[in-house]
Design a protein around this ligand. Structure first.
Ligand code: GLA
Length: 731
């Protein structure tokens, strides 16, 4: 059984193939967290709690004669607030009488097969996995606030998902001011935290820091999960490597304001609290109402970071993204953005599509600028009507041509935004988020629509439906090009304004949900100025997300590698673009741009009509190579082969078939050096006793030789050269 409850010891045990999670109800009803890690086969781990009477750590009334037991030091499963646990709280609540304390105690629990969905929010799909769910209800007897802690255990996938449902079981109203999804207390260990930070055009850089007695906060209040701090955090042994050490992952499945706090306390214990960012958050909970938090996907690996990444890659591919995309070949696409920006007409788009189709590209994506009055980025957002001046004959003319070429067609939208200079804003100024009487902050000269207002969501659905019904459109690129502020909804009463940021996300998710249900064959690629909403919440609706607006192949090495810690390559939108690169001015070989972009969903974003014949034939070959290697790249196990070594002048990574039958090594020279060292790459995941032939050569080597000895590569000199080596098992 994945979930058991030992009534005599009052122990809950959640078991996956390679991990165990344990909680215990103590004699006064506190729910203690006693263990998470490698299986301990049901041993009651509460022996690890050593009572210490620490000064200034007070005692609950029942513990007053037992001063070693303080809620300030006990490892708890989900803390209350204001009762003397001075570490980070998982809840903040204001009762009707103004009181701000909450003392959660065990009330009841249930264990069921399967996994319920979370109303209004994306959550990990149970699919046909063996999943069971434990719900533990905690209650604060004074205020009547209940916290239902949901745990769903994916036994074979080594994943536990968690979320919390807060229920007002009292007769009075109350206000939630913090509502965490999960909390995790670890009593012992020397830990590093790893998070993925960045900026527009450089998302998800790996940040690894040793914990000390302080509080680390990884968060966003930008109304989006953000380029700046991804909602994915790893806690690992200070000595953990790609292949060794305990690693815990916590990935919040949410695209809005988030916050993960990590505190190392006075005793060296670590507490992690994760959920919606509580800054400017409040939620009115009337009698009988409930509030569901986003879900956290938790994983544990006892054997280092690579294995942790593999757990996330699998659960995201199989249970977060819609299953129908698991085996569906994603189209190699061409996007006109970096080719034309706003300067295009139908003929230009058809020309690009024609050349691209001759080279094997499978989909033409028309980016920003096809609608309203949109000749630059100062106007038009909100007016989702084709600009017939630019595109005479409408979209239909283009899609008819593109379809004749045997290609699919995709279209860009930025649904949640509006320009001041737009018909929509002139008609409905109250639909923009803005404080009454105050000019809003503009970013890219645009405002944010009030997605918490269902009228706005209905309007957007109708507009998008009209466009989608007007032509043969198989794909949408869903963009979001600014951070959110002036978070005030003109449709909500003043006392509920603290709810707007979360209600915004619920509105966006509901629009995505309606569209994916109304158009089951439509694929939506997420985007937010590149990877500003690269999170599991969006992945529920969008099987791929544009990884970054930085298309420079060398910068992409870092971006895609950082992204790979939590997310599989099948989610990473990645294109070959022109040189000199539009973001960095760097010139890299077309072959290297191909190698890097192929480790993603693959496409092109340049004016293909202007390329030389030689370049075109290289592209033709790249597409053939990608299509041939597609199953290995998209479904193979991904290994980082050069992570962490800052002095490394190469970046290398590998895809290996799950059965070890083939492997693809990718290696890129980041910096040319005279008289440079040879790079010896140690392959991973091969069958040690099998023989492998290097494709295109007669060289045959054992898996053991390739893994333990390595394969030495001397890349050609010259800037940013690269190689792809394909090893195929012969015996
Ligand atoms: C964002 C996207 C780009 C492009 C532009 C269009 O920056 O990330 O790929 O679509 O918007 O305005």
């Amino acid at each position: 059984m994945a979930i058991t409850y030992d009534e005599s010891k009052k122990i809950f045990t959640l078991t996956t193939n390679n991990s165990e999670y344990q909680m215990k109800v103590d004699d006064i009803g506190l729910l203690l967290h006693t263990y998470y890690g490698k299986p301990v086969y049901g041993t009651d781990m509460s022996y690890q709690i050593v009572p210490v009477d620490r000064g200034f750590s007070g005692n609950l009334y029942e513990y007053r004669m037992d001063r070693g037991r303080s809620i300030d030091t006990l490892p708890q499963e989900f803390s209350g607030c204001g009762m003397g646990d001075y570490r980070i709280s998982s809840v903040a609540v204001k009762a009707k009488n103004g009181s701000r304390t909450c003392d959660f105690r065990y009330k009841s629990h249930s264990i069921k097969e399967g996994k319920p969905s979370i109303p209004g929010l994306p959550s990990v799909r149970p699919c046909d996995d063996e999943v069971s769910t434990l719900v533990i209800t905690l209650e604060d007897r004074l205020t009547g606030l209940e916290a239902e802690l949901f745990y769903s255990v994916f036994m074979d996938k080594d994943i536990i998902t968690r979320h919390t449902r807060f229920v007002n079981a009292s007769d009075n109203g109350m206000i939630l001011e913090k509502a965490a999804s999960m909390m995790l207390d670890l009593q012992y260990g020397e830990w590093d935290e790893i998070h993925f930070a960045g900026r527009h055009c450089m998302e998800r850089s790996v940040q690894r820091n040793r914990l000390s007695q302080d509080i680390r906060v990884i968060s966003s209040k930008r109304g989006m999960s953000s380029h700046h701090q991804n909602p994915f955090v790893i806690l690992c042994d200070h000595t953990a490597t790609e292949e060794s050490g305990s690693c815990f992952g916590m990935m919040l499945m949410y695209s809005g304001n988030h916050k993960t706090e990590i505190e190392q306390d006075q005793a060296g214990a670590v507490r992690i609290v994760s959920g919606i960012n509580d800054e400017n958050f409040s939620w009115n909970l009337k009698s009988g109402e409930s509030f569901d938090t986003p879900e956290v996907i938790m994983a544990y690996s006892a054997i280092g970071l690579s294995a942790l990444s593999h757990l996330y890659h699998r659960i995201i591919r199989e249970n977060v993204c819609d299953r129908k995309y698991l085996d569906m070949k994603r189209p190699v696409l061409i996007n006109n953005w970096e080719a034309t920006y706003f300067d295009f007409n139908s003929d230009k788009i058809i020309d690009i599509a024609k050349t691209a189709s001759e080279l094997g590209v499978e989909m033409m994506v028309l980016d920003d600028g096809w609608f309203g009055k949109r000749d630059d980025d100062n106007s038009g957002l909100g007016d989702w009507l084709v600009n017939e001046r630019k595109l005479p004959g409408g979209l239909r003319r283009i899609t008819d041509e593109v379809t004749k070429m045997g290609m699919k067609f995709g279209l860009w939208f930025e649904p949640e935004m509006v320009n001041e200079d737009s018909g929509l804003f002139r008609t409905h100024p109250e639909w923009a988020l803005r404080d009454p009487g105050r000019n809003p902050n503009l970013s890219r000269n645009q405002m944010v629509l009030d997605m918490s207002n269902s009228e706005v969501v209905d309007y957007l659905f109708d507009c998008m439906k009209k466009v989608l019904d007007s032509a043969d459109i198989s794909y949408i690129k869903w963009d979001f090009n600014r951070s959110v502020c002036n978070v005030y909804s003109n449709a909500l009463e003043p006392s509920r304004q603290g709810e707007v940021a979360h209600r915004f996300m619920l509105g966006t998710y509901s629009l995505l949900d309606r569209l994916t249900k109304a158009y089951p064959d439509l694929m939506i690629e997420g985007c937010a100025g590149g990877g500003g909403r690269f999170d599991a919440g969006m992945m529920y609706f969008c099987p791929q997300i544009w990884c970054s607006d930085d298309t420079d192949a060398i910068e992409r090495l870092e971006i895609q590698e950082g992204t790979s810690f939590g997310y599989p390559v099948s989610t990473m939108g990645s294109h070959v673009s022109a040189v000199p690169n539009h973001q960095t001015g760097r010139t890299t070989p077309l072959s290297t741009r191909g190698v890097v972009a192929m480790s993603g969903t693959f496409g092109y974003e340049l004016d293909i009509t202007k390329l030389t014949d030689e370049e075109k034939s290289t592209i033709k070959e790249q597409i053939k190579t990608f299509n041939r290697l597609y199953p290995l790249i998209q479904k193979g196990t991904y290994y980082r082969l050069s992570q962490g070594d800052q002095s490394e002048i190469y970046k290398a990574w590998e895809f290996v078939a799950p059965d070890g039958s083939e492997a693809l090594i990718n290696i890129v020279l980041k910096k040319s050096q005279a008289n440079a060292r040879i790079k010896n790459v140690h392959l991973k995941g091969l069958c040690a006793d099998a023989m492998y032939r290097l494709e295109g050569t007669e060289q045959v080597l054992s898996g053991a030789a390739l893994m333990y000895g390595g394969y030495a590569i001397n890349l050609s000199s010259g800037d940013y050269s690269s190689a792809q080596l394909h090893f195929i098992k012969t015996t």
